[in-house]
Structure formats: C-alpha cells, structure tokens
Design a protein around this ligand. Structure first.
Ligand SMILES: [Zn+2]
Length: 99
C-alpha cells in the first residue's frame, strides 16, 4: 500500500506516515499527529494536511488502476507512479512586491 514520506525543511528530518494514519486530521486522536514533524514538531495546517491525504489516496487509486489494467490485459506492461519533489517550490516574496 505504501507510505507517505514527509521531509521537514525546518529540521532536515524525514519521516514516514503509515496508511492507517493518512486520514483527515479531525479523525485522528489528539495524541497522534502525523501532520507534525516528530523531530521538531513543525506542523502542517489541517487544511493542507487534508489535501495531502487526498493526494496520497488519489495516487494510490491511480496505481491500483494501472495494476488492474496490467493484470486484465497480459500484454500491457505494469506501470507505477510516484511523486518525487525536487525541493521547495519558489514563491513570490509578498512582503517586497510592488503593486
Ligand atoms: Zn522537523
């Protein structure tokens, strides 16, 4: 099923979240915070966490369909997709923008 790997640029740590914990933040017990870095406690806000949950399960569904397509038609090769970040996405510096 796979895991969700999160790299924290605050402390440089990386951690994995198991599928059972990749659910909406409001469905998790208070003591379990997969949306917080276990090394430095940097936190993903709940709205962004929920988007991450949706993205993980969407990609999981895509891979499931790719596998079903492969097993249903023996001449189709098995393909598998994964997201790999190439680092932080450059963003606008809103504090210094001239309007
Ligand atoms: Zn951290």
């Amino acid at each position: 099923m796979g895991t969700l790997e999160i790299h924290c640029h605050n402390c440089g740590g990386t951690y994995e979240v198991l599928p059972d914990c990749i659910v909406s933040a409001d469905k998790l017990p208070e003591w379990l915070h997969p949306y917080r870095c276990p090394h430095c406690m940097a936190q993903v806000n709940s709205r962004t966490w929920d988007k991450l949950v949706t993205a993980f399960w969407t990609l999981w569904e895509v891979n499931k369909e790719l596998q079903e397509w492969h097993t249903g038609y023996q001449d189709h090769p098995l393909l598998q997709a994964a997201y790999k970040s190439d680092g932080p996405i450059p963003h606008k510096d809103y504090n210094n923008d001239q309007v």
